[in-house]
Design a protein around this ligand. Structure first.
Ligand code: BMA
Length: 361
């Protein structure tokens, strides 16, 4: 009995201590989550842009650049996006540059520069197919996830890929050695079947085991405490059941979101966004997590009022931490999701950046 009382008292003491952990004892990931939570409580939504400092619609960062100041977003709004997103595809082979042709040294340095500017960093991973040797979209086999799980024929091989990704993320630290917190979003859009880890390509148990293996290696074995784990299904046909079906568990996820693109009219996009926002924010509230629109956009933004009348209309009533639009490819004429000077929605983007609720840097 005494022992039981003692353990209840010490559990309570631990709880009190945990809830007042001084900032200096927080991990980089906890510090990021705290900052984000405060911003959400203040009603702010951060704007993010994929590959913002790396290239724009009509420019590309020079190989030997050492400053990260060019940005299509900045050239229109005079502010940088609050969230800088990029992709680690290719790090599994320690390539010099990612699948979107960004030298990894630029990714590292831009992430540090953006963090020092007060911004947030997020990474996705369009890694290649470890079983077939094809790319991330090679869905010719439904045995890929099975093959990399413990006991699978590619397990050892794949653990090297995880090690290479972990090494790179571990190397992202400021000059004094402080790790830069990273919102890490592996195995995304898994409710669709266009990536080798997608819905029809593995079972629920295999998907969860894949997440756990990734988490156990990076967070537990390697002790990377600067990663904020972000879970993001696709928005298509999303229901609360589908959202939850492959959720790996509260102990391995810090943030929940979804990816949603506009392919037809504004009304259909707004409806799909609101459906996904409703599900995500409700789930986030129940599980004590932050919510985000982890990828969105309308390719080429043909609607001059898209920012204030479509995107803002969709998100304004939801407590989401950030909304990230996809990349402005410099080598594909129509593949851009943020305006550049002269683009038809540029003035409206400026108005969007000026809204009280929207946060840029
Ligand atoms: C896709 C496209 C591709 C790109 C991939 C990974 O949506 O933008 O061109 O390679 O994302 O960033």
């Amino acid at each position: 009995m005494r022992t039981r009382l003692y353990s209840i008292v010490s559990a309570l003491a631990a709880l009190v201590l945990a809830s007042c952990t001084p900032a200096s004892q927080q991990s980089p990931a906890e510090a990021l989550l705290d900052r984000l939570t405060t911003l959400v409580e203040d009603g702010k939504i951060m704007y993010g842009h994929q590959d913002d400092y790396m290239y724009g619609h009509a420019w590309k960062l020079a190989e030997d650049a050492t400053e990260y100041v060019l940005s299509d977003v900045k050239s229109v709004t005079d502010s940088y996006p609050a969230v800088f997103g990029t992709d680690l595809g290719g790090i599994e082979f320690c390539w010099d540059a990612s699948l979107d042709k960004n030298p990894f040294k630029h990714i590292r340095e831009a992430a540090i520069a953006h963090h020092e500017r007060g911004g947030f960093v997020t990474f996705s991973w369009h890694l290649r197919n470890p079983l077939t040797g094809g790319d991330t979209w090679d869905v010719t086999s439904d045995q890929v996830v099975a093959s990399i799980l413990p006991g699978g024929e590619k397990h050892e091989y794949f653990m090297e890929w995880l090690a290479n990704a972990a090494d790179f993320m571990e190397s992202i630290k400021t000059a004094d050695g402080t790790p830069v917190p990273i919102i890490w979003r592996p195995w995304h859009e898994h409710t669709g079947s266009w990536f080798w880890w997608g819905q029809k390509l593995c079972t629920t148990e295999q998907y969860k085991a894949l997440w756990k293996m990734t988490y156990d290696y990076m967070a537990v074995e390697r002790g990377l405490d600067h990663l904020v784990w972000s879970y993001s299904p696709g928005s298509g046909g999303l229901t609360p059941e589908r959202f939850e079906e492959r959720y790996p568990g509260d102990d391995m996820v810090d943030m929940v979101g979804f990816d949603c693109y506009q392919y037809s009219d504004d009304a259909a996009y707004i409806a799909e966004m609101k459906n996904a926002l409703e599900i995500t924010c409700d789930f986030a509230k129940k599980h004590g997590k932050l919510a985000a629109v982890t990828e969105t956009g309308y390719e080429s933004i043909p609607n001059p009022k898209w920012w204030t009348e479509t995107l803002y209309e969709a998100v304004k009533d939801y407590p989401v931490s950030y909304v990230l639009t996809w990349r402005n490819a410099c080598d594909m004429e129509h593949h851009y999701y943020a305006p550049f000077p002269g683009q038809v929605s540029a003035d409206d983007f400026k108005a969007f950046a000026g809204l009280d609720q929207m946060m840029f840097l």
